[in-house]
Design a protein around this ligand. Structure first.
Ligand SMILES: [Zn+2]
Length: 67
């Protein structure tokens, strides 16, 4: 089970799959490129998919740049 935090509405959302799109069920924001967390431990996870990993890295760079 995975968890992501929406920075638009500050609500967590949960999914059992790391594949495909991830849309916030509360506000509809696209969370696909957001980092994955373990739903139980809240530990940050490195998703094995190369494609997702690349997107996560890009997101982190943007995040560091703006903050
Ligand atoms: Zn949201």
């Amino acid at each position: 089970m995975y968890r992501k935090n929406c920075q638009n509405c500050n609500r967590p959302s949960y999914s059992s799959s790391e594949f495909g799109e991830w849309i916030c069920p509360v506000c509809g924001k696209d969370l696909t490129t957001y980092p994955f967390f373990d739903a139980i431990t809240f530990e940050r996870l490195q998703v094995k998919s190369k494609f997702n990993h690349k997107k996560i890295e890009n997101y982190e760079k943007k995040f560091l740049f703006f903050y």
